[in-house]
Design a protein around this ligand. Structure first.
Ligand SMILES: NC(=O)c1ccc[n+]([C@@H]2O[C@H](COP(=O)([O-])OP(=O)(O)OC[C@H]3O[C@@H](n4cnc5c(N)ncnc54)[C@H](OP(=O)(O)O)[C@@H]3O)[C@@H](O)[C@H]2O)c1
Length: 328
């Protein structure tokens, strides 16, 4: 096998607009089937994206013996259920972020995965595959900013469409699960560590009952990470790493799509290095995961990382509810 044969569960926007076209550009991914609750929709999307097979149910796709791996861009409440279904059907799984609705569900998945030691599972935090992050990691490795003292990140957009999955609390809507999860994941990734305590303030939409604005502080040993995420604010994303000897700033840290994004290294208020990047992180993610399947090696981001992120998300919700610092 020199390419992984992929099937996609649903005609989700993220899949049809970005992830599938990205994977189709990859060297190791062959997207061969798509399933939808509607056979007509599956057929239409398959024709548009030049995908060979279209199925009218997710179960039918999982029963296809000629598919090796499944990409799951379903609403958040379906992630764990369908990851387990796919594993039981003998498929590797790349599941969209967040891996689950909460820590309990993520732990359930982690237990189930133990029954399938030959299959790979990864949460699709695609941002980590963008080359701008290799540059940031390199600067940190070279200690260009000295000791990291704080990280600050923001990720926002405005979406008040009641039909959008982000505005339906019961299926995993809200800013924390959709975009706040990136801020936490990135801070943990930068520090290669876990927070010891967290605090958050959240504002919930009165109609949707989803968190539409969340601001929080994650306390790591020797460093703090602050973040803001919002589903009802002007769209932006930024990340700053402050150190004792310098600052790293990222223009579009999480989802630059195909846009050129810039990372800056600053000292004493001056730009000392500036690097521009343009890449498709969905292509790179698909190939990296496929390579782990083909070579039978560890996936780039292990499931423990997804579990740790869910643990932080749960603690932030608890903090906002109790208006208290939550120890981890
Ligand atoms: N990594 C990234 O860059 C990124 C970006 C955006 C979103 N995401 C993640 O990707 C996932 C999908 O997001 P999206 O915005 O693409 O979603 P979306 O367009 O609303 O698509 C979700 C799909 O799930 C299927 N579905 C099954 N049961 C459903 C239900 N009860 N309600 C709604 N849809 C249902 C539908 O497909 P069928 O009708 O074809 O069955 C629907 O098209 C989420 O987990 C989100 O967090 C990731």
């Amino acid at each position: 096998m020199d390419m992984v044969r992929w099937g996609v569960l649903s005609t989700a926007n993220i899949g049809t607009e970005h992830v599938i076209p990205g994977m189709q550009k990859g060297k190791l991914c062959s997207v061969e089937a798509i399933a939808s609750r509607s056979k007509e929709k599956a057929e239409r999307v398959a024709a548009q994206l030049d995908i060979e097979k279209a199925y009218g149910s997710y179960e039918q796709l999982l029963a296809d013996a000629n598919i090796d791996a499944i990409y799951i861009p379903l609403p958040n409440h379906m992630h764990v259920e369908w990851t387990i279904e796919a594993l039981e059907a003998g498929k590797h799984v790349l599941c969209e972020k967040p891996i689950s609705m909460n820590r309990e569900e993520a732990e359930k998945l982690a237990r189930s995965v133990e029954d399938f030691p030959d299959l790979k599972v990864m949460e699709a935090f695609m941002y980590r595959f963008h080359p701008q992050w290799d540059q940031v990691k390199q600067w940190l490795k070279e200690e260009k900013v000295g000791r990291i003292t704080s990280i600050d990140s923001i990720f926002t957009y405005f979406n008040n469409n009641p039909d959008n999955i982000r505005n339906k609390a019961e299926i995993g809507g809200g800013g924390m699960l959709d975009i706040g999860c990136y801020c936490l994941s990135a801070s943990r990734y930068i520090l290669h560590d876990e927070p010891v305590q967290v605090f958050a303030e959240m504002d919930f939409d009165p109609e949707f009952e989803t968190d539409r604005l969340a601001t929080g502080v994650l306390t790591f040993p020797g460093c703090s990470a602050t973040f803001t995420c919002s589903t009802q604010s002007s769209p932006t994303q930024k990340l700053t790493i402050l150190g004792t000897e310098g600052i790293i700033e990222m223009d579009i840290p999480f989802n630059p799509l195909l846009a050129t994004t810039t990372v800056y290294l600053k000292k004493d208020g001056e730009i000392v290095e500036k690097k521009e990047f343009s890449a498709d992180h969905y292509t790179l993610q698909g190939d990296a995961f496929s390579k782990a399947i083909l070579d039978d090696t560890e996936v780039p981001t292990p499931l423990e990382d997804a579990l740790a992120n869910m643990k932080v998300i749960d603690a932030l919700f608890e903090s906002a509810k109790r208006q208290a610092v939550i120890k981890l």
